[in-house]
Design a protein around this ligand. Structure first.
Ligand SMILES: [Zn+2]
Length: 133
């Protein structure tokens, strides 16, 4: 089945085959939302192509958090009559905590698709896997 890059990103699939999942559990599983496969279960592509690769995803996550804070500020200012600073900070922190599992995963998906250098192949052969760690 052929998927576009956008479909692969939205469904959090492997950037190499767009079939295998990146994450082991759905994002609403708050205890295990961060667990990723080391290798693609479909094609065997290693996701972390160098040690600490996903540290770069924190920059994407930071940008998403800034978007949440700015969006919160704009909505509160325009629709809730400019409340006190305490309300701004509380709502922004609350929203960031609630969206954290989602934000974490979106950041990693964007990062692996844009910066890993993993090329898409429609029918990749299974890459011989190292032992899963
Ligand atoms: Zn794959």
């Amino acid at each position: 089945m052929k998927r576009s890059q956008l479909q692969g990103m939205v469904l959090a699939k492997c950037p190499h085959c767009r079939q295998g999942n990146l994450f082991k559990y759905p994002f609403w599983n708050v205890k295990k939302f961060d667990q990723m496969y080391t290798f693609c279960p479909h094609c065997g592509q290693r996701y972390e192509n160098e040690p600490g690769f996903f540290i770069g995803a924190t920059y994407v996550s930071y940008a998403l958090s800034v978007g949440i804070v700015l969006g919160t500020a704009i909505v509160l200012f325009n629709f809730f009559g400019d409340p006190s600073a305490f309300v701004y900070i509380s709502v922004a922190i609350g929203l960031m905590l609630v969206t954290m599992p989602f934000n974490f995963r979106v950041a990693r998906v964007i990062y692996i698709y844009l910066f890993s250098g993993i090329e898409y192949e429609e029918n990749p052969r299974m890459i011989t896997r190292e032992k899963e760690v």
